[in-house]
Design a protein around this ligand. Sequence first.
Ligand SMILES: [Zn+2]
Length: 248
Amino acid sequence: MSEPITVTGMVLSASPVGDYDKRMVILTKERGKVTAFARGARKSTSPFLAIANPFVFGSFQLYEGRTAYTLAQGNIREYFTQLAAKQPGVYYGFYFLEIADYYGREGSTDVDMLNLLYVTMKALLKEQIPDRLVRTIFELKALVINGEYPRLFECVACGNTEKLTHISLGYSGCVCSECVNGIKDARPISATALYALQYIVCSPIEKLYTFTLKPEAVKETGKWMERYMDRYTDKRFKSLEILKIMES
Ligand SMILES: [Zn+2]
């Protein structure tokens, strides 16, 4: 076997295979989304017992195989084990991992997405920002990193950058007060909600979780992003369905 490579990443999922092994999906800075097998990880004496779990963040040494990697060693910086005690917070966490998995590609470099995941899990633990707002921030920033996101700084019909009073799902962006009548699905948006969404688009990742909103604005931005994700992603997220049940 050749020398192992070292990557920095977060475990997106870890599922049992065979009698004692686990199949991990890791989002890495250097190689994008990779699959790695942790041999014997389900044995109680395995050094991989604590490593081969979702949310685990650190550096991983991997042997490169023809179709997958094999875990050689892990140097863990953060296990995020406190997340498990948070209900329903932990399901927000699982949802963010699912989104990262949805957008992740093998072979790409994913520094921004990895940073976003890391600061988002930290924000979930801190409790200063409501989980619902953490979700909205994560969803919109994940879209921005992926390159396809709503136009929030000018009217989608005329390009006007002022009097942005409405927002359209179908046209994916803001509508000014002059163009409202021409766009059927334009709905009013409050100045606070629009400003918050604009901030999320422009803010550096490390400054994302430095604000909070009043409950009405959390709800308004949350509802809009929820409908947006529903329309523009073609996957049903399992953890989101669990969240819906828990919060209803
Ligand atoms: Zn306009």
